[in-house]
Design a binder for this molecule. Structure first.
Ligand SMILES: [Zn+2]
Length: 108
């Protein structure tokens, strides 16, 4: 019979990364029927203006920042992405092989 390595549990929604998105539309004037390419070029310019804004603090333009959080479910033992397999009626971590101690309640 195979020797068990140990037990692990599912760590839910662990924060693993944070990025910031900036909506620069408040810094850009509206051009009717503008092509996507031209708008993209102007957006790149606006990014440069935004960086200048951060540097000198003189601009009064509206800037909105959105924090984008990335979370994932992970194994309590190996800290890898939660991915299990079943064998002989038991669940095991697909990375470290530890047996899953508590099964997550099913959501409907
Ligand atoms: Zn694991």
């Amino acid at each position: 019979m195979e020797t068990k390595l140990g037990f692990c549990t599912k760590l839910k929604d662990v924060l693993v990364d944070v990025t910031v998105e900036a909506d620069l539309s408040g810094m850009m004037y509206y051009i009717p029927d503008e092509s996507p390419e031209n708008k993209a070029i102007r957006t790149v310019k606006a990014i440069g203006d935004f960086e200048d804004f951060l540097r000198d603090h003189r601009s009064q333009d509206l800037v909105q920042l959105s924090i984008v959080k990335q979370t994932m479910n992970m194994c309590s033992n190996c800290k890898e992405v939660w991915d299990t397999y079943e064998e002989d009626g038991h669940d095991y971590c697909g990375y470290c092989g530890f047996e899953v101690q508590v099964k997550e309640a099913k959501r409907d």
